[in-house]
Design a protein around this ligand. Structure first.
Ligand code: GAP
Length: 510
């Protein structure tokens, strides 16, 4: 097991132990790729939503929110292209009977070559020490050049086959590369088939009246079909946006990596409607705006990178992902897509209703173009947890686990801790709790030694602990302990709120 796999396992265990994330229906041995958020998890999730909503809706006078239903008219998904094209190529191993995404098998093969290149670089760097020039090594070392060429060749065949929907070429590539099933170790593969990712269910009370509908695979279509309702009722002028946070469902073939790829998950999406021809300007604007939203959290600027899509979906004229460095490598966290007028035009065609906007500035009717920002709430949650989990030695023989969650998003903002359970300290502590709990999510704790209580608060990422001791009764001061530095300062109760407010308030990062 690599260090990173080990770390990821520890984080998953930590999430369960401290009430962040549980496996869904765990008492029945769980349901694959479905998870429940515990008391600390739901607080963190709500704070992420608040940060996103405030930044997108409150801070933009031309963006409004909606909450559309999960069930939509089935024709919605015909128009959007999901019925015909929301597929993943799957392949089964005949010996292990295990099912895989064919493209992921190939991507994993590429990842292995990339790992080998990384090892070559590390070896050379050790050998040459300060003299080592990474760029020169990559461009001149024969083995690394060959490996990089191989990666490029594989990527080219894969992207061509996927864009042409050529499933037999994907199978041939898997055979040619002699990719083996990780379970059976054999290359005994079925043909590659397309698998639609939408969940179907029936609506209606009797079998005669019921009809087949889908659970929405993205929240965006709820925004598109409401474009005119919102524009007219809110008297919005282009350019304007509609934002939404809600559940989405995808029957992922392989659901792995904890809450990274789930079958039921939550998206935070915003569709920005613009004048045709101005979409690239807004695409660049939203790329920049979304990256700063992430960076304002101080989770390490090096942990983000853009990945521009080379092969664009048929409806897009530009698209990129913001990737984050998870313990299993850089992976997609958010997508920014310039979706042209594809969706509105398709809904216009299928519904027979006009989805046009009259632009008074240029005196013209047109179907707006759309720039979309789409982030997975659960992935954002995972990004925060994985980047904030730290194991630290606090003395020669004592270790602490601390979640250095951005303070503004921490599930519990303040822990209120009377030093002992007697001498009137709990009463004083509760008085302080009542004066702060309308502004901050607080937790009152009096059980166990103060040291143990500090460790428990560190483990859930509480930015500040307030300790009430005998001196408090004399002069109305408390100690304020900082989670990250572990430093304590004595401050007046009357100054508590103003001291912590700026560090805990989401508005400080907007
Ligand atoms: N409306 C555009 C759209 O849905 P997407 O790239 O398919 O685009 C957007 O999804 C975001 O939703 C992704 O960047 C990711 O954060 C999240 N997401 C997608 N599938 C997911 C899954 N199975 N589990 C968790 N999050 C997922």
């Amino acid at each position: 097991m690599t260090n990173n796999e080990d770390l990821f396992k520890k984080i998953i265990g930590h999430c369960k132990e401290y009430g962040f994330v549980f496996q869904s229906s765990e008492i029945y041995d769980g349901l694959s790729a479905a998870y429940d958020y515990g008391p600390n998890g739901v607080e963190l999730k709500n704070n992420i939503k608040e940060y996103w909503w405030k930044s997108m809706v409150n801070m933009h006078e031309n963006i409004v929110g909606i909450d559309s239903s999960i069930f939509m008219h089935p024709t919605t998904w015909k128009a959007s292209g999901h019925v015909d094209a929301f597929n993943d190529p799957l392949i089964d191993n005949k010996d292990s009977k295990k099912r895989y995404r064919a493209d992921v098998l190939i991507e994993n093969y590429i990842q292995k070559i990339e790992n080998k290149i990384q090892k070559d670089i590390e070896k050379a760097s050790k050998k040459f020490g300060d003299q080592f020039n990474k760029n020169e090594f990559i461009t001149t070392n024969k083995r690394v050049i060959e490996r990089n060429q191989k990666i490029e060749e594989i990527k080219k065949v894969l992207t061509n086959s996927l864009s042409e929907n050529n499933l037999s070429d994907i199978k041939s590539l898997i055979e040619e590369l002699e990719i083996k099933c990780p379970i059976s170790g054999t290359c005994n593969w079925t043909d590659v088939r397309q698998f639609n990712l939408m969940f179907k269910t029936e609506i209606g009370s009797t079998s005669e009246s019921s009809s087949e509908i889908y659970l929405r695979p993205e929240t965006a279509q709820g925004i598109f079909v409401n474009f005119l309702n919102v524009q007219k009722s809110s008297r919005m002028k282009i350019p304007f946006g509609i934002a939404q946070i809600g559940k989405a469902f995808r029957n992922e073939i392989i659901a792995r990596q904890f809450i990274f790829r789930m079958r039921e998950f939550e998206q935070m999406e915003m569709q920005f409607f613009v004048r045709p021809g101005e979409e690239m300007k807004w695409y660049e604007y939203w790329k920049k705006a979304r990256l700063s939203w992430h960076k304002n959290l101080n989770m390490g600027n090096k942990n983000y990178k853009f990945h521009d899509h080379e092969n664009l979906a048929h409806y897009a004229n530009a698209a990129c992902d913001i990737e984050f460095k998870f313990p299993f490598g850089f992976k997609e966290l958010e997508g920014i897509h310039s979706r042209t007028d594809f969706d509105l035009k398709a809904h216009m065609q299928y519904s027979g209703k006009k989805m046009q906007y009259f632009d008074p500035e240029i005196n013209e009717h047109y179907v707006p173009y759309v720039v979309e920002t789409s982030i997975g709430l659960d992935r954002m949650f995972l990004a925060i947890l994985t980047s904030s989990y730290v194991e630290e030695m606090v003395s020669d023989d004592e270790k602490r686990i601390v979640l250095k969650i951005p303070p503004q998003l921490a599930p519990i903002k303040l822990a209120i801790l009377p030093l002992t359970k007697k001498d009137g300290l709990p009463e004083k502590a509760r008085e302080i709790l009542h004066s702060l709990q309308t502004d901050f999510k607080c937790q009152y704790e009096e059980k166990d030694s103060i040291g143990k209580r500090y460790r428990r608060q560190d483990a859930i990422g509480t930015p500040y602990c307030i300790t009430i001791d005998h001196e408090t009764l004399d002069n109305n001061s408390v100690t304020l302990r900082n989670r990250d530095s572990m430093k304590q300062e004595r401050i007046k109760i009357s100054e508590l709120k103003s001291t912590v407010l700026n560090k805990l308030d989401i508005s400080s990062i907007l």
